[in-house]
Design a protein around this ligand. Structure first.
Ligand SMILES: [Mg+2]
Length: 298
């Protein structure tokens, strides 16, 4: 999609001007998927990524979540992870830019979640669909492995409706109907997502254009993801990286451009990807070097 397409997707009333605060501190930026990439697939743990996150913070490299999660979910995670820059929610439904005064500005690309919900209800029976709106917080918790509170935050959709299908093979057929009404269907790790005509790539391209206005030199962009809904943003960064699924399978990379495949799943693979890409030695290497006789003070 070209810049014109992106501009057309941006909702006029939610477009933000150049008045928002700059968020780029150096010349490098990392865009990352969360579930299955920075966060471990089932446990949602990120302990293995903490040292790398601290190194990035010290180096002034923003880590920008690009996720299917809601703003309510990402706000809490950003705090826990110590992230400060913008974030992309609901598969590119909006870019949220926190401001120094505690407020947030938004660049919206999605359609109101109520519209997606109405489409899903109409096709619920013939396609065997079950959306987040059909589930209690407890049911979402059971399916996703989230706590009940986290499941509640996941249900606070603003631009998309995640759902399950009894016959995933019919997803293509449903996508055709969705497109006739200005929606689209994408597959995430475990769920399908019904949304407007945006994707993660639209939001990341907007952020890259915004970053270019803040940097006197070319911005180096790194992207990390694990699922098909990450392809759109991995395709627009300088250095795409895939994280394998827990069974070791990597996302199929359809482009004729090099991609680096991380050696481990989840946060461990994420950490390895950051260290390799930015040339930061792993903690194990540092420990070995510190123990080496050459490094001992006589
Ligand atoms: Mg993922």
């Amino acid at each position: 999609m070209g810049e014109r397409g992106i501009a057309a997707l941006a909702h006029q009333e939610d477009c933000i001007g150049p008045s928002h605060s700059p968020w780029l501190r150096g010349g490098t930026v990392i865009f990352t998927d969360l579930d299955g990439s920075l966060l471990d697939e089932r446990s949602h743990r990120y302990v293995a990524a903490i040292p790398a996150l601290l190194d990035l913070k010290r180096a002034g490299v923003p880590v920008i979540p690009v996720t299917s999660k809601t703003a309510a979910e990402v706000r809490l995670l950003r705090e826990a992870l110590g992230l400060e820059g913008p974030y992309v929610v609901e598969n590119g439904g909006a870019v949220i830019l926190p401001q120094p005064d505690g407020t947030e500005q938004r660049q919206v690309f999605g359609r109101a979640a109520g519209e997606a919900r109405r489409f899903l209800i109409r096709h619920r029976e013939p396609f065997g669909l079950c959306g987040f709106g059909d589930m209690t917080a407890q049911e979402i918790a059971t399916f996703t492995g989230l706590s009940r509170e986290a499941a509640h935050r996941a249900s606070l959709r603003e631009y998309t409706e995640p759902f399950l299908m009894t016959s995933p093979a019919r997803a293509h057929e449903l996508d055709k109907l969705a497109r006739q009404e200005g929606f689209r269907i994408e597959r995430g790790g475990k769920l399908f997502h019904l949304s407007g005509q945006h994707d993660k790539g639209v939001a990341v391209r907007w952020l890259l254009a915004d970053a270019a206005t803040q940097s006197p030199t070319a911005v180096r962009s790194i992207g990390i993801g694990d699922a098909p809904n990450d392809l759109s943003f991995l395709a627009v960064v300088n250095e795409p990286i895939t994280i394998p699924r827990p069974d070791g399978q990597h996302l199929r990379w359809p482009l004729d451009r090099p991609i680096w495949r991380a050696p481990h799943a989840g946060s461990r693979g994420w950490s390895a990807a950051i260290r390799r890409t930015l040339g930061i030695p792993s903690t194990e290497v540092l420990r070995r070097e510190a123990a080496s006789p050459v490094n001992r003070i006589a």
